[in-house]
Ligand binder design. Structure first.
Ligand SMILES: NC(=O)c1ccc[n+]([C@@H]2O[C@H](COP(=O)([O-])OP(=O)(O)OC[C@H]3O[C@@H](n4cnc5c(N)ncnc54)[C@H](OP(=O)(O)O)[C@@H]3O)[C@@H](O)[C@H]2O)c1
Length: 250
């Protein structure tokens, strides 16, 4: 090998490798906390957002354990707060942005004969409009990064093909999230952004507590979700996947 090639290789090897950055919403419990924990353990810079982080002991403990975990307050329904955080982080590349925060609402008031329309607004603001607002506010941060991914935790219950009745508002909020993000993928493809919608499985968290059905652990789900995030490419941007890597029916 020529001497100049050896020098170039040595120079490359001495360059600091930039750690990747992930921003996660709703990272104080459930799937979001596990995702934050796994990314931090893998050496990522984690911007862990939660709506009232001062009260979140598990999240505070995570930040105490890993100096790469930075906690920021973020209510995904508060558009002024989203804009303020985007401004505060201007110039910070975000490799992976994960819209994870979500609410199910009481399933008993989302069935025929007992529909409480007042909760529909909260579900749509949190599960659908919040993720779109965040994705839009952070486009430049994601575009500045190497990886350029915006990933959305969707749900099998938002699948029109597979619907089984009941939980009207939650289902529709996830179906609408999928439409918003498929549309978003079309609009940002030329900028190289990669957009994903992922069903994380029926996960053993507070959210799935009302349902007596088989569940996967948060660890298994988050591991699968992270793998799928890694597998997304520009060619698969705008698709709906399961945490196992299989395609999900719309
Ligand atoms: N668990 C399942 O079986 C399942 C299945 C399919 C999809 N999902 C989806 O997976 C995601 C994570 O759910 P999970 O199972 O981890 O549920 P979870 O344990 O109930 O956690 C929900 C998270 O969302 C946060 N959140 C709710 N409203 C918010 C708001 N306005 N602003 C900021 N954060 C807010 C919660 O924060 P607080 O502590 O402040 O409430 C909490 O951190 C959700 O999008 C959910 O729809 C879950």
């Amino acid at each position: 090998m020529k001497i100049w090639a050896i020098i170039a290789l040595l120079a490359l090897a001495s360059l600091p490798i930039r750690a990747e950055t992930v921003l996660i919403t709703g990272s104080n419990r459930g799937l979001g906390l596990e995702l934050a924990t796994q990314y931090a353990a893998d050496g990522w810079i984690v911007i862990a957002t939660a709506r009232s982080p001062a009260d979140d002991e598990a999240l505070q403990n995570l930040a105490a354990k890993y100096e790469t975990v930075r906690i920021e307050a973020l209510d995904v329904t508060d558009h002024a707060q989203i804009d303020a955080l985007a401004t505060q982080l201007r110039g910070t590349p975000i490799d992976v942005l994960i819209n994870n925060a979500g609410v199910l609402g009481d399933p008993n008031i989302q069935r025929l004969g007992n529909l409480d329309f007042s909760i529909a607004h909260q579900l749509f603001e949190t599960n659908t409009l919040g993720p779109l607002k965040i994705a839009d506010a952070f486009i430049e941060h994601v575009a500045l990064s190497q990886t350029k991914k915006i990933m959305n935790i969707s749900s099998i219950v938002g699948s029109i093909t597979l619907t089984g009745g009941n939980i009207y508002f939650y289902r529709a909020s996830k179906t609408a999230l999928n439409m918003m993000m498929r549309n978003f993928a079309k609009d940002t493809a030329s900028g190289g952004l990669v957009i994903g919608m992922i069903h994380p499985g029926v996960v053993d968290t507070d959210m799935s507590a009302p349902f007596d059905i088989p569940k996967v652990s948060v660890r298994e789900s988050a591991t699968g979700v992270r793998d799928v995030i890694g597998w997304y490419t520009q060619a698969t941007s705008g698709t709906f996947m399961q945490y196992t890597g299989e395609p999900m029916a719309w």
